[in-house]
Design a protein around this ligand. Structure first.
Ligand code: PLP
Length: 371
């Protein structure tokens, strides 16, 4: 029997789980591999979830009217410049579908977020990577990478997995210099961890330039990763196209209610962000003191590695952290990042365990001795 043939440009993707084996000491798993927030939902968010659960025989509002109104008010953005999605991941995908097709080019920074190649693969666009400087996006290199086939520039800012970011001035330069038919998508998934003024300044680019789209998420600073709510700011001329590319009821009723409730507690969110930023400084210091290369992060995670490692030490560290403490971290496998691991900043006690795990790894087998 004939089997269906995907389009020739689709490269099949195998979704890899992190560590699947049992923790040898029977310790509970501590997942620090997904850049999530370690705090559970607040009582207010939980009660919004529970209350909506009793009504899930009904669809959620397809245009997320209340959520968009709240976002519009809080961020001082026209309500019609906002569209919500099933995580910002869906909106990145919709942007890909709306603006690129086979043969077009999607331009990203060399160590750009993994979803960007995935979107390019889905729509059959060719991915072009601009070189970075010290693991950071180089805006001049992005401009130099533009060709007459470029349709989208995807920029995660701050970026995952590197944690580095462009200043507002650099983003402004990019918006100014890119031809107006190229969509500049600035993915602000970690924007809240930069500082309070950063996101509004980036939104203003979407207000001023019709070709700039800024994506946001409730998965990181708002701690709602499992519910899948993202949103974006775009020119009002572009929004109807994004609705055409998006599924009709993609943001479910429970997710909408939880996101709305989370917006009612800005102090809780701010406190949690402050605690992660304090831990970022503390863990950066501890890892640097152990001789690790810590890439300066503006996010809720760190990318760290030993100097001169071909990747074997990083592989061994991942195993060691799991075997001794049940800690799961992310292994960055992109060419050029082989010596790094990436982990989310968590509760202080989990971060302490991680620091201890790294310390015992280095003490058991220092880098200049055979591992
Ligand atoms: C840079 C970046 N953008 C977007 C996302 C996806 O966010 P969401 O949960 O809103 O789909 C992630 C998740 O890790 C991310 O790292």
């Amino acid at each position: 029997m004939m089997s269906p043939t995907p389009r020739s440009y689709i490269k099949p993707l195998t979704v890899r789980q992190r560590i699947q084996r049992e923790q040898p000491l029977g310790l509970p798993g501590i997942n620090m591999g997904y850049n999530e927030l370690p705090f559970p939902p607040s009582p207010l968010v939980r009660s919004a979830i529970e209350e909506t659960m009793g009504r899930v025989n009904s669809y959620g509002n397809p245009t997320c009217t209340d959520l968009r109104s709240a976002l519009s008010r809080i961020h001082d953005l026209p309500v019609d410049s906002i569209i919500c999605g099933n995580g910002s991941e869906e909106l990145l995908d919709v942007i890909g579908r709306c603006f690129a097709r086979p043969g077009d080019e999607i331009l990203i920074s060399a160590f750009g977020y993994i979803q960007f190649p995935i979107v390019a693969n889905r729509v059959g666009a060719n991915l072009v990577k601009a070189p970075e400087t010290d693991y950071s996006t180089n805006v001049d290199a992005i401009i130099a990478g533009v060709s007459d086939k470029t349709r989208i520039v995807f920029l995660a800012n701050p970026n995952n997995p590197t944690g580095t970011m462009c200043s507002v001035e650099e983003l402004e330069q990019l918006a100014q210099q890119l031809p107006g038919h190229i969509v500049l998508t600035i993915d602000l998934a970690y924007g809240e961890f930069v500082g309070a003024d950063y996101c509004p300044a980036v939104h203003s680019l979407a207000k001023r330039f019709d070709n700039v789209i800024v994506t946001r998420t409730f998965s990181k600073a708002y701690g709602l990763a499992g519910l899948r709510v993202g949103w974006c700011v775009a020119s009002e001329a572009v929004i109807p196209a994004l609705y055409a590319g998006r599924g009709m009821g993609t943001v479910n009723a429970v997710a909408q209610a939880a996101a709305l409730a989370a917006l009612e507690q800005p102090e809780t969110v701010a406190d949690q962000i402050a605690s992660i930023i304090a831990e970022r400084e503390r863990v950066t210091g501890a890892c640097s003191a152990m001789g690790l290369h810590v890439v300066a992060s503006s996010t809720n995670f760190l990318m760290v590695g030993e100097p001169d490692d071909d990747g074997q030490r990083a592989d061994a560290l991942v195993e060691h952290l799991f075997d001794t403490a049940g800690i799961i971290v992310n292994r960055t496998r992109e060419a050029g990042l082989e010596r790094f691991v990436r982990f989310s900043l968590s509760l202080p006690e989990h971060n302490d365990l991680l620091i201890e795990g790294i310390r015992s790894f280095i003490e058991a087998a220092p880098q200049n001795e055979p591992a």
